[in-house]
Design a binder for this molecule. Sequence first.
Ligand code: 6FW
Length: 136
Amino acid sequence: MKTGLQRQEENMKFLKSVPLLKSLPSEKLSKLADVLDLDFYHEGDYIIREGSTGDAFFIINQGEVKVTQKISGFEEPQEVRKLKRGDYFGEKALLSEDRRTANVIALAPGVECLTLDRNSFNALIGNLNELKEKDY
Ligand code: 6FW
């Protein structure tokens, strides 16, 4: 069995490898590793639904997701991109306190995400310039 400490160390190692977080001091990374949750999604699960409210931020630890969005002129939401390990999503609704702006769907064989709630996001990473300057 893994101890809480081993889990924290694994999380730290992974967090250090995430491009978004590389400028954070170890002290903040350590706090992040403490408050992160690990969630698993099966193939086809909607991790985020466009138009819904949401209070979580996600970093992919394992697997891939597909991002789709309503586009005028199309019946079905259209794929805008795919994301993989180390990529993040879900920052927009947290930064603007608004609704989710796209769907995020788990691809086969499933996805493991590190998730942060709104409070921890605000306290630890919400002020990163890379997030605020994001322009798709
Ligand atoms: C896109 N248009 C919109 C993505 C994530 C990080 C980087 C691409 Cl650096 P939310 C839905 C989430 C949204 C974003 C994500 O989907 N997303 C997009 C787009 O072209 N959203 N509006 N591409 S993935 C992505 C680059 O994180 O945040 O809370 O939920 O609105």
